[in-house]
Design a protein around this ligand. Structure first.
Ligand code: SF4
Length: 545
């Protein structure tokens, strides 16, 4: 049972609606090995400014379209010109919101967020939009997609500011008495709220944003104005759309389509956009140095989205074509690992001339769950998620196309399952190069030690998963399929070349602000120690939970 209660003093110009949420501990949010063997998306953000429209419902549908980017928590903040209400909870968008809740969220501006925890634990306090009240009584709600890499520095800055402000009786406080969040996003929200009291929110953002390092696609609002900002590298996508009577910002273009907004353009790297009754204002807070995440094209984004002018679906089909050229094989049937492997499998079939077919049926509703699988159910493993079509597979030499290999457990189980279903040969083709490095910009892979490509060569991986052959698309092939210049992409998880400099070990990590990274205290990590080269020779020391 979940109970919802207003959490701020009545009569306040701003209030936040919070929930006491008796969900099980986070350990129960691990549905099984298969779920832990895929890269996890970061978050989805959505914002709308549209007087006269049902902005909460538009945001709900926007978040619904972005559900793939985060399934741990969802939230919507709505401003009506005089107050700002935040409603958030753990769970899927469709679980958190119902008609009654959405109908109670009235206003003209809204921001929404789907969360997968890449900084901080998956607790309720860390759900977004995160909320602060400024010293002048105005509210601020913020949703963040991406990960910052200088969170410790920012937390220290916040501590100093908060101490100073407290002495002067000016603090950006939580009015609902909830425990503090432990995310980089909450630190940003608090810094913004602290500065906004003096200079106004727009000026505060223009001053603060250049100090943030890492990946951030932000949507935030006060009671009247919608803001959107993207880091100078534009690592995570963020786009701008137009409604008949308003504006929308969203992580992906597919969310614009779903709420009937027309695509206008992307929020540019290093740009702050403000939208209110006076129209749209654009400001630059940093010169653009584009380094878009190439993994968005492989797996993260919806296939019906467009990033930097390139259709994600078209890019995935092109990756499959490159795979067929780089790793040809004689076979009877190309099958995808649904859904993310499907376009690349189509491309492989088109280029190779081998027939395409569906050999696996996915149970689409197996995702993150708060139901702890029993040992008996856990042993079912991949069958919870995929079931083979035996009539299609029996007696065939198969090419199986998947998007990526993280730990290899999924592919090992998959190959075994296909052989049991009667496949005579199983040739695995992967629509990305081997993942060898952690992502510090918002994607949760397994730890470097768990990544199967760290430590064994490709033939070793082939033997480990039991395939007859294994082929990864080359990094050059992947980049060519994205149709982006190499210089405008991040591919660090494949090549270890991090486009945004990383702090030393101990100053980075998912649980940095919870003091779980060793030496972290009050949100500030202990003295930096030099990274110790291990494994593949560098960032193993920059461990990531
Ligand atoms: S490291 Fe990989 S997943 Fe992370 S931003 Fe770069 S390309 Fe994307």
């Amino acid at each position: 049972m979940v109970t919802h209660q207003p959490a701020a003093a009545s009569g306040s110009p701003c209030r936040s609606a919070s929930s006491a949420t008796p969900v099980p501990p986070d350990t129960t949010a691990q549905p099984g090995d298969v779920e832990r063997d895929v890269p996890h998306e970061e978050c989805g953000v959505f914002g709308v400014w549209a007087p006269g429209e049902e902005v909460a419902k538009l945001t709900y549908y926007g978040l619904y379209a972005l559900q793939h980017r985060g399934q741990e928590a969802a939230g919507i903040a709505v401003g009506d010109g005089s107050k700002l209400v935040v409603y958030k909870d753990l769970g899927l968008v469709s679980h958190v919101f119902d008609e009654q809740v959405l109908s109670s969220l009235r206003g003209h501006v809204a921001v929404g967020h789907n969360r997968y925890s890449t900084t901080g634990s998956g607790s309720w306090e860390n759900a977004q939009p995160t909320f602060r009240t400024t010293a002048t009584g105005s509210g601020l709600a913020l949703g963040h997609n991406g990960n910052l890499v200088n969170t410790a520095e920012l937390a220290e800055r916040l501590r100093e500011l908060t101490e100073g402000a407290a002495e002067e009786g000016r603090t950006a406080t939580r009015r609902d008495g909830t425990p503090p969040a432990t995310t980089d996003s909450d630190v940003v929200c608090a810094l913004l709220a602290t500065a906004a009291a003096d200079t106004g929110l727009e000026n505060a953002a223009l001053e603060l944003l250049p100090a943030l390092r890492g990946a951030f696609s932000l949507v935030f609002s006060d009671e009247t104005t919608l803001y959107a900002a993207r880091d100078a590298q534009g690592v995570r996508p963020l786009c701008l759309g137009r409604l008949d009577r308003g504006w929308v910002v969203a992580s992906e273009t597919a969310a614009l389509d779903i709420v009937g907004a027309s695509f206008v353009r992307e929020v540019e790297p290093g740009e702050l956009v403000a939208i209110d009754a006076e129209g749209l204002r654009s400001s630059r807070f940093a010169p653009p140095e584009p380094k878009g995440c190439v993994f968005e094209y492989v797996y993260l984004a919806r296939p019906d989205s467009t990033i930097a002018g390139r259709s994600v679906h078209a890019a995935r089909v092109a990756i499959g074509r490159r795979l067929a050229v780089e790793h040809p094989v004689e076979a009877d049937l190309v099958i995808p690992v649904p859904e993310s492997g499907t376009p690349a499998a189509v491309g492989y079939a088109q280029e190779s001339g081998i027939p395409y077919g569906q050999g696996l049926v996915k149970n689409s509703y197996v995702g993150r769950t708060f139901i702890q699988p029993s040992q008996t159910i856990r042993q079912l493993g991949i069958r919870l998620k995929l079931n083979p079509l035996r009539d299609v597979i029996r007696g065939k030499r198969l090419v199986v196309v998947d998007d990526s290999i993280v730990r290899g457990n999924t592919q090992r189980a998959l190959v075994r399952m296909l052989r049991e279903a009667g496949a005579v040969e199983v040739h695995v083709r992967i629509a990305s190069p081997p993942v060898r490095w952690p992502c510090f910009y918002g994607i949760d892979f397994a730890s470097p030690a768990e990544l199967i490509a760290n430590g064994i060569d490709e033939d070793g991986i082939r033997r480990s998963i039991g395939a007859d052959s294994l082929g990864y698309v080359s990094l050059d092939g992947l980049i060519a399929a994205s149709e982006q210049p190499r210089t405008r992409l991040c591919a660090a998880c494949f090549d270890g070349d991090y486009p945004i400099p990383l702090p030393a070990d101990r100053m980075i990590g998912k649980f940095l602000l919870e003091g779980l990274d060793g030496g972290a205290e009050r949100g500030v990590a202990g003295p930096a120690e030099p990274a110790q080269p291990q494994g593949n020779g560098a960032a193993d020391a920059l461990r990531r939970p």
